[in-house]
Design a protein around this ligand. Sequence first.
Ligand code: CAA
Length: 419
Amino acid sequence: MKPNRRVTVAGGAITPFIGKFHPDFIWKKHPDFGTKENPSLEQLLHRVVLGACEDVGIDAAIVDRGYVGNFVGELFCQQGHLGALAVAADTGFLYTPFTRIEGACASGGLAIAAGVDAIQAGAEVVLVSGVEVQSTQNAKVGADFLARAAHYQKERSIDPFTFPAMFARRTEAYCHKHDVVPEALAPIVAKAYCNANRNPNAHMHSVTVTQQQAAEASDANPCFLDNESLNPWLKLSDCSQVSDGACAVILCSDEGLARLGQGADRAVEIQACSVACGPLGEVADFARMDVTEAAAGVAYSSAGWNANDIEVAEVHDCFSISEALMCEALGFCNEGEGTQLAADGATSLEGRIPVNTGGGLMAFGHPVGATGVKQVYELFRQLNGLCGDYQLASSPRRGICANMGGDDRTSVVTLLEKK
Ligand code: CAA
């Protein structure tokens, strides 16, 4: 919906997204293994809520309302009740209402939507955060936790890696419908790593994956699913990362902007924020993201925009096929052309419609509850020229985020504009 009261993103904060292969992530091959620990969920959350307040020059007491996007804190970290956990960051938050929001991997996007709604209801300064820590378990146990975003009873048994298998199923359907081969996804993967190599906050900042490496199954890049029929349709390099991280943004009404100590000049307007849901465990066509398409349709029409207005995009590339499907659902190309869009360079930093400029979920990383907030903060930074080595030379003014939960069963599409 288009907000009746103007909502702007005034600033924010992010932690590096870390996990296996990030130099700061402590695991069995790290020199500090056994003596130091990775930051906890609580530490990451506190870092970004305080960092966001500092970024816009406000005391915690100025915040009217807060939200925390998180999917499965109880399973990975034995910690729920994250609204009150955020309030513990500063005595200035005492008695401020903070609420945890959950919608699988769309938790962060839903937290943004809740923040927009809060401003429509009269709040002036809203702190929206997202956090997830997933490195406390190995990838196989984590896959079981993440499978709660599917219809667990119906879909868990598809493979020990439920979500990778669900998106292998989408790749298979897409390739059959449009007569393409899975190797056509390699430019999407190579572009993600190339962008992350320019982004110091990215999980895969120091890992390179070329188009050729992404196209070929190898010992280093295996097809790893147990499900025999889905196995050929997904390689390790097609997957997003199991990351830890957090991000927060400050949303303001016009009255709220006037309360800030600094940064009001960087404000980026939220022109629309739409949420759509489909039935869990039921997907009509694996070669389309109909729920994202529905959310995008409402967002475009309420803002009076169409896909041609978009100059930069953050889309939910939880797997390489997801980026192709998202580009189609958002109208950047026709159905069946999502892989060619990347192969032509249209989604690169120099392209017609740059997508996932910091590396996306595949290479920036995917701490699931933080991802939707990170997308908004990334656009805020691109629209303000703050992205350093991966800043777009085109100085974009209009952008779109699409954050998706489960197998495209909840989708949040947000349109942002720098005036
Ligand atoms: N060679 C051979 N096999 C390898 C390998 C290698 N170099 N690296 C990994 N594997 C295979 C093996 O089969 C291994 O299984 P075993 O334990 O039986 O050997 C399996 O992968 C896992 O190995 P690791 O634990 O070492 O894997 P990893 O830590 O490197 O993780 C990954 C790799 C499994 C792809 C992991 O990154 C992953 O699970 N990514 C996807 C995360 C995900 O699904 N996120 C949610 C996205 S869906 C969404 O966004 C919507 C929603 O609402 C949930």
